[in-house]
Design a protein around this ligand. Structure first.
Ligand code: SF4
Length: 361
């Protein structure tokens, strides 16, 4: 395995704070972190409307938004938690948006407007709000395979919480809250990341109640399509450190693509993960496999953001599937999907026998 390079820490060029967010205690912590990171452009808005995010054209708007951190109060819709199958009983959002530049980004089809990263300043309220959901889930709760996890909360549906942790502190606060709060029943917080700066998490009182997964891919996919993230070796090194600090950990292998030489490339990935986690006492490892998919909406947004992308998003080469609420998505054809699934299931058993495969999708 190659020596991991240093983690890449995003420093926003601009920070904007909405009026309602300005007075909240978490905002002071965020601003102190931004100052320590070298941010000198902080603007306090007079209202709660985010302005000044658009540039002269789509390219400039994208660049401006991706270099901006907005400190806002979460909308009421974010505090009304939604089920998030197959990952978790409930989705809990600490932020919305991500500064990285993945050319297949999952957020492209689901978040409208310029892709600014909004961190929620009302973190205490968001975390306190999870109490009401304990014991109520139906995605993982009550299932034979995962019921033992307790009520599960997924924190990385709309952001990469570790990628912005050094300027927010939100993930550490959530891990500490879940690790120490009396929920009246078992609970697990979940987060997945394409970053490796895990040091601030290592000594937290997590009490085994947070599972952090590294989102990983074959070298060629990560190198070509995952701009602004940490190299896979750095993510795996972070995962190893978390596992040695007693965290339950996982691999999110996503988005799986049948690129040239995919069997050899994914074999190398699994071997690297196995080497990183080798010898961890009491290792609790899960694996989630997600194949590449896109929707008509995400394709349009991504082609606007990355006009020269080499990412295959050809509806003619895909099968149409209807997702929740009847939305169309394009996935790999059944035969290709079955071939990959069979291969991954066998390869995981062979190379990472400690890992429990939670789902393939
Ligand atoms: S790290 Fe995740 S959320 Fe961020 S750009 Fe990449 S796919 Fe999107």
């Amino acid at each position: 395995m190659s020596t991991p390079r240093r983690t890449r820490l995003w420093v926003p060029k601009h920070v904007v704070v909405t009026r309602s967010a300005a007075e909240l205690p978490h905002t002071a912590g965020i601003l102190a972190r931004c100052e320590a990171a070298g941010v000198d452009d902080v603007e306090f808005l007079r209202s709660d409307r985010l302005t000044g995010l658009r540039g002269a054209d789509e390219r400039a708007t994208y660049a401006r938004a991706k270099s901006t951190l907005a400190v806002v109060v979460s909308p009421p819709s974010a505090r009304k938690l939604q089920p998030i199958p197959p990952s978790a009983d409930w989705r809990v959002d600490l932020a919305r948006g991500c500064p990285a530049h993945c050319q297949y980004c999952y957020l492209a089809g689901s978040l409208g407007g310029p892709p600014v990263t909004r961190v929620y300043a009302d973190l205490d309220t968001i975390l306190a709000g999870t109490d009401a959901y304990v014991g109520t889930g139906a995605v993982t709760s009550g299932t034979e395979a995962r019921g033992h996890e307790g009520t599960t909360f997924e924190a990385s549906c709309y952001t990469d919480p570790l990628g912005i942790e050094h300027v927010t502190g939100s993930l550490a606060a959530a891990v500490t809250h879940v690790g120490t709060h009396d929920f009246g029943g078992p609970v697990q917080l979940r987060a997945t990341t394409k970053f490796g700066a895990v040091e601030p998490l290592l000594d937290l009182p997590h009490h085994g109640r947070t599972r952090i997964r590294a989102s990983v891919n074959a070298d060629v996919v990560a190198d070509r399509f995952e701009g602004g993230t940490d190299p896979v070796a750095v993510r795996l090194a972070g995962l190893g450190a978390l596992a040695r600090a007693g965290y339950p950990v996982g691999l999110t292998i996503a988005p799986i693509m049948p690129v040239d030489g995919w069997r050899e490339r994914y074999t190398a990935l699994l071997a690297d993960a196995a080497a990183e986690l080798d010898g961890v006492p009491g290792l609790d490892l899960t694996v989630e496999c997600i194949t590449h998919r896109f929707t008509p909406g995400s394709k349009e947004v991504l082609e606007g953001w990355y006009p020269r992308t080499k990412l295959e998003m050809d509806p003619e080469r895909r099968s149409r599937k209807h997702g929740r609420f009847g939305a169309v998505k394009y996935v790999y054809p059944a035969a290709e999907m079955a071939e990959m699934r069979t291969w991954f299931t066998a390869a995981l058993t062979d190379l990472l026998p400690a890992g429990r495969l939670l789902y393939w999708t």
